[in-house]
Design a protein around this ligand. Structure first.
Ligand SMILES: Cc1cc2nc3c(=O)[nH]c(=O)nc-3n(C[C@H](O)[C@H](O)[C@H](O)COP(=O)(O)OP(=O)(O)OC[C@H]3O[C@@H](n4cnc5c(N)ncnc54)[C@H](O)[C@@H]3O)c2cc1C
Length: 420
């Protein structure tokens, strides 16, 4: 029996942020583009991003906001498609972005659907065909340099593949790490560790901060080496929850905490709830204070509920007069407020993570086209690469930049083939 195998110029595997962007730019280059996604709901991650408002990018993007592959390589990619280009792209589809005090850019509609609609319209305008739910189960290289892409829906032959299957965060959105296997099968390596990033942290069951569930407050979380040296630090809003810590501050430090666990480096996580104070300066203030007791003193700096929890952590009876505190009790209180060791037990896993740390190293792709160095004709874009950004729109900017480069280059090369 003869079975027709459909042919396209560029097949994009995964139609998330990076895949849609790649498909649009391949289509704009004149290629016949098919984008396949295994998910029932297209763009699920775009829709939930930024609490449903979609934090599209950040007004100041540079390599310092990212980790994973070498900063130079990350910089090299980011400079080819910057924030101004992202803003212009969405503007052309009637989407105005506003900058908030944090530097994050959101659509003025405060609705992530606006972003997804713009991407889908741009894809239609570029002649891109999107099919879903169509999960890809195999990608094979052919002797002529093309590829065969398979699923239980059939087979497609293509000149170029853009692999944009994301990482493993929020697996119910369709990103379950299948792309790493495709990359490996085509000759790539994947970092030894592929972990969740931007993920809430779990504190022990009896930890007093868990009792503060719902409380949001500014804090600094730092990862300190056994020597005391600060290795990484974030100051931002921290959310106490029934399981431990969330909010931008906890999410941002989570990858560094995880890396320290993997390396078994002995580094630990510490919290400071009082901006501008250290244990010694707060101790001096405690000594000089005329407040009646510890909660009264702490209320000047932190919410009442936290003040009481800090007393509990320091094993101080809140009713004890401040003047009656021993030197050790004062120091324990200063430590709880400005250098609290956090005995983090784990994290909430990929289901609650925003991003994946690890993936295909950037050293294995050409940075101007995102084309594989080991498998010509294959381009990689987005979170599947070993790059992860902090909270603030940096991960989408990475998806836009790599999608633009991968899709544009894949589309261009198909054009060269068509018009030799
Ligand atoms: C809750 C949440 C909130 C976030 N908020 C923000 C934010 O506000 N700002 C920001 O910058 N970043 C945010 N992020 C991170 C951001 O969403 C991701 O970094 C970005 O979406 C990655 O884009 P991607 O296209 O590489 O991967 P994904 O968005 O994960 O897309 C991959 C696509 O590939 C498809 N796929 C996977 N395997 C297959 C297969 N075998 N066959 C076919 N299709 C397949 C999946 O169905 C999916 O649609 C958030 C993430 C989460 C989970």
């Amino acid at each position: 029996m003869h079975v027709d195998v459909r042919e396209v110029d560029v097949l994009v595997v995964g139609a998330g942020a990076a895949g849609l962007f790649a498909a649009i730019h391949a289509g704009r280059a004149g290629a016949r583009v098919l984008a396949l996604d295994g998910a029932k709901t297209l763009g699920a991650k775009i829709l939930v991003a930024g609490g449903g408002r979609c934090n599209v990018t950040h007004h100041a993007v540079d390599e310092k906001a990212y980790a994973g592959s070498s900063p130079n390589a990350i910089k090299n990619v980011l400079r080819r498609y910057g924030v101004a280009e992202t803003v212009k792209f969405f503007e052309a589809y009637g989407v105005e972005l506003k900058r908030e005090d944090t530097g994050k850019l959101f659509p003025t509609t405060d609705d992530a659907r606006t972003i997804l609609n713009a991407l889908l319209q741009a894809a239609r305008d570029a002649g891109v065909e999107i099919q879903h739910p169509k999960r890809v189960t195999a990608i094979e290289r052919e002797a002529d340099g093309g590829f065969i892409v398979r699923g239980d829906w059939g087979t497609v032959r293509t000149r170029r593949v853009v692999l944009a299957t994301g990482g493993k965060a929020l697996p119910k959105s369709g990103s379950d790490g299948a792309g790493y296997e495709f990359a490996r099968a085509l000759g790539h390596t994947v970092t030894d560790h592929v972990h969740r990033e931007l993920v809430p942290l779990i504190l022990p069951g009896t930890h007093p901060l868990r009792a503060l569930s719902g409380l949001t407050l500014p804090a600094t979380l730092s990862l300190r080496a056994a020597s005391g040296k600060v290795l990484k630090e974030f100051t931002n809003s921290l959310l106490c929850t029934h399981f431990g810590l969330s909010g931008p501050c906890a999410l941002d430090i989570s990858r560094y905490w995880r890396a320290a666990v993997i390396e078994d480096s002995g580094a630990g996580l510490f919290a400071n709830f009082i901006a501008g104070e250290r244990e010694d300066t707060l101790d001096a203030k405690l000594l000089a204070s005329r407040a009646a007791n510890a909660p009264a003193f702490l209320r000047e700096f932190v919410p009442e509920r936290l003040a009481r929890a800090l007393c509990e952590i320091a094993a101080i009876d809140p009713a004890t007069s401040l003047r009656q505190l021993t030197r050790d009790q004062r120091k324990a209180l200063a430590r709880a407020a400005c250098g609290l060791p956090l005995s983090v037990e784990g994290d909430r896993g990929f289901t609650y993570a925003e991003v994946t740390m690890g993936g295909v190293p950037l050293s294995e792709v050409k940075l101007d086209t995102m084309e594989s160095r080991v498998c010509p004709g294959l381009h990689l874009a987005g979170e599947i690469l070993d790059v992860d950004g902090r909270i603030g729109g940096f991960n989408f900017q990475w998806a836009w930049a790599t999608g633009f480069l991968a899709g544009g280059a894949a589309g261009d090369s198909a054009q060269i083939r068509l018009n030799p």
